[in-house]
Design a protein around this ligand. Sequence first.
Ligand code: XMP
Length: 319
Amino acid sequence: DWTMASFRQTQIDTIRKQVGSGRVICGLSGGVDSAVAAALIHEAIGDQLTCIFVDHGLLRENEADQVVELFRGRFNIKLIHRDASDMFLGALEGVDDPEKKRKTIGKLFIDVFEEEAAKLGGADFLAQGTLYPDVIESVSFTGGPSVTIKSHHNVGGLPDRMRMKLVEPLRELFKDEVRLLGLELGLPHSMVGRHPFPGPGLAIRIPGAISKEKLALLRRADTIFLEELRNNNLYDAIWQAFAVLLPVRSVGVMGDGRTYDLACALRAVTSTDGMTADVYPFEVSFLTRVASRIVNEVRGINRVTYDITSKPPGTIEWE
Ligand code: XMP
């Protein structure tokens, strides 16, 4: 019968058979899916795998370091860490349309990834952490709406000229199964239990044009929110939780002074697949504690709201 342990073994055999003595590259994003795919493939073929981590500078606080530490330090996986944050910030300057942000990031991501792959002298296979729902979502349903609400840049995004065969060992799995497989492979709960995080990262959590300063504010607010969730044992009950930095200034009081600073929204939803989502019903006292910490600890944010829109009609992300 089907267990995660047997799935792991079957996939290892399949990967070995498919790859032979070929070389595989795998893009790491900091997310669960690519991490589990990389760990599994590494177990199958060891040093025939090289991971490329294109750091777009749009990750959360400390996330890039954690990825490097885990894969290089603990798993001993060959890993190229390319810090391309200045390139991404430059390309995104003045870009305020959500889809234009995605396209800009997606394109540059591929360029940088290709550049790093070329430096390695290429590879025979490209590994991706594609999940079953990604496979479903990227085919067009006949009779369904043909409107793209948001273009995701993590599926099938690489150009034909890279001409590598795909290794996609998670194609049959749902998110919760990927998490179990990750634990089975020895990935820490803190990585495996992570909330999904969009490829374009914090860029789509700052409506309007992004900047270094705004990214820094958002990172601080987001970290405080997540810290409080973990401290109150709420993190695992939630599908995704994050802060959004709003392009709105409002007046506040701080001590004897008046402030005129940015607002942020907190978002937390439950979901099983991200297609529909419900607002997480926090106790008001939890929300007010987070708000007070953010306003007191993050100079530049003086107001916090909680987004109480379910999906549909809202989407999980604001952009
Ligand atoms: P929405 O906002 O459409 O999000 O309700 C549904 C799920 O998809 C994630 N998301 C993205 N993931 N690239 C990604 O890799 C994207 O451009 C993107 N946009 C949204 C979102 O975080 C949620 O899990």
